[in-house]
Ligand binder design. Structure first.
Ligand SMILES: Nc1ncnc2c1ncn2[C@@H]1O[C@H](COP(=O)(O)OP(=O)(O)OP(=O)(O)O)[C@@H](O)[C@H]1O
Length: 195
């Protein structure tokens, strides 16, 4: 198992065309793989201030999907294949790059694939390479939480699912679709057949 239970990494996306057109100033400088300095200003009355931030890893605007996967997701999948639970989630304000990082802009292009399609390939490669006497069961659910509501993306009729907790199952989403999958081609949603 990897050395710590929780790892927090930070990714900065490049400026988009609107920000470039407005001649946005890049406010972050990268001191190392783990520390960066952010300059903030109130728009003119006070001198700009710089604060240092430290993370387990920092990815700058030119970071690749592969590099992010290698540091942020690969160790979690390796632990999962050893029988541990693993969770990866992206957190950030709107347009900060969560979908780009988790899904990728073009999942048909191998370099562009984000964390989720890479996890699917990785899991099935690991199963394919495991000892013949081991058996694995892979089940997939796919939900969106938006405005505090949980929507089942595998069954649009289920638009207000509820979280429960039980001593035997732990925390779970009642009535969510759980689809058995036997190969990357069978995976669901936008990932079906492309990984
Ligand atoms: N690392 C990156 N490199 C290049 N472009 C990026 C990167 N991260 C994000 N973008 C681009 O920035 C835009 C916003 O990213 P994205 O849609 O992933 O944000 P989001 O956090 O999922 O937003 P929302 O919460 O509104 O859904 C997209 O056009 C995306 O392609």
């Amino acid at each position: 198992m990897s050395d710590t239970n929780v790892k927090v990494v930070c990714r900065f996306r490049p400026q988009n065309s609107k920000e470039r057109a407005a001649q946005g100033v890049e406010c972050a400088t990268f001191d190392s793989d783990q520390t960066c300095s952010i300059m903030s200003t109130d728009g003119g009355t006070k001198a700009p201030q710089t604060k240092k931030f430290t993370f387990d890893h920092i990815f700058g605007p030119t970071s690749t999907q592969q590099a992010v996967y290698h540091v942020a997701a690969r160790p979690v999948v390796e632990d999962v294949m050893q029988g541990y639970n693993g969770t990866i989630f992206a957190y950030g304000q709107t347009s900060s790059g969560k979908t780009h990082t988790m899904q990728g802009p073009d999942i048909d292009n191998p370099d562009d694939r984000g964390i989720i399609p890479r996890i699917i390939s990785h899991i099935f490669e690991a199963i394919g390479g495991s000892k013949a006497h081991l058996e694995f069961t892979v089940q997939v659910s796919y939900v969106e939480i938006y405005n505090e509501k949980i929507r089942d993306l595998l069954d649009p009729r289920k638009s207000n699912l509820v979280i429960h907790e039980s001593p035997t199952k732990g925390i779970y989403i009642a009535d969510v679709c759980e689809q058995y999958v036997a190969s990357p081609d069978e995976t669901v949603g936008p990932y079906k057949g492309v990984v």
